[in-house]
Design a protein around this ligand. Sequence first.
Ligand code: AKG
Length: 221
Amino acid sequence: PRQSPTWAPIEEIDGLWLCGDFLSPEQQRSLLSAVEEEGWFIEASHNQAMRFGSLPAWATELSNSIREAVLLGDFVPEFELSNSDAREDTSLFPILPLELLGREPLFDQLIVNLYHPGEGICAHVDLMRFGDGIAIVSLESPCIMHFTWVGDTCNTSSEVENEQPMSKVPVYLPPGSLVLMSGEARYLWKHEINRKPGFQVWQGQELDQKRRISITLRKLS
Ligand code: AKG
């Protein structure tokens, strides 16, 4: 059995959870080898792979670990529950709504993205064809993902452009981390990664940009 993972809510964003120690260095190496063995990125021009339906065995294993990490979650003090029986009360389980955690399969769509230094992904809300509960596992370079509130619209760009510009919420994603987005974090906040010089600054330091691989798991709705 693995050690209890440490979950932290991102205070500004409802439904956004970060597990910084989701994968040990050894687990990260083994996941990276499994991804590399797929051969998706042998050609230098290839930087994304997508799978629907039945996922490679390593991705199913990863989904199982995500479910387990949520169930084993060690919460930060503000979520420590006063009564020891409270964890039995599923309505107090704040990471993923239980109906998401109990669905089978938990995820049936996989995207693996490979980013070279300087490359990122533009601000977006994931397509509505995917249900609630999105998981992103980071490997190799750390990065900062920025979140921007889109108000009470979903992802119609014309409406989004009319929103007041809001400050972005930076979230530091170390290698081996797991991000879970549900509810507002999934539907009402856009996420982006800008790895151009000047945007990946954390605690006053520009992050060293190397290759980054991310694994995104979602469920078709
Ligand atoms: C996407 O593929 O839609 C993502 O947002 C990926 C984010 C990431 O690479 O961490």
